[in-house]
Design a binder for this molecule. Structure first.
Ligand SMILES: [Zn+2]
Length: 104
């Protein structure tokens, strides 16, 4: 007995994870920011997850998956949300502002 409800259709029809469309790579970019507490400007290493669209759609996908793949775009998502001020007299943490997702 299978415990799952429904059970119609083969397992291969499971919804494809969008991540299979991309090669993932973590990248650190140096971004100049001004601390809102002490106003000192420094460059901070900010981590991004870069998702580069694969050249070919994943195998085993259905038509819907292929349509989604065709529409997919390479993009990057910011991982870090906060940085710590470099000024040793301040050292306060502050939020990163601006876009968190960029199309590449
Ligand atoms: Zn500061």
């Amino acid at each position: 007995m299978h415990g799952l409800a429904g059970g119609s259709g083969p397992c291969e029809n499971a919804i494809m994870d969008e991540r299979q469309f991309y090669d993932e790579k973590e990248e650190t970019k140096q971004i100049p920011l001004t601390c809102p507490h002490c106003r000192q400007e420094s460059t901070f290493p900010v981590r991004w997850m870069v998702r580069t669209k694969k050249a070919q759609p994943p195998r085993g996908g259905n038509e819907e998956d292929r349509a989604k793949f065709a529409k997919a775009r390479s993009y990057m998502v910011r991982i870090d949300n906060m940085v710590a001020c470099r000024n040793i007299k301040c050292r306060k943490r502050f939020d990163l502002t601006g876009q968190t997702v960029f199309l590449i």
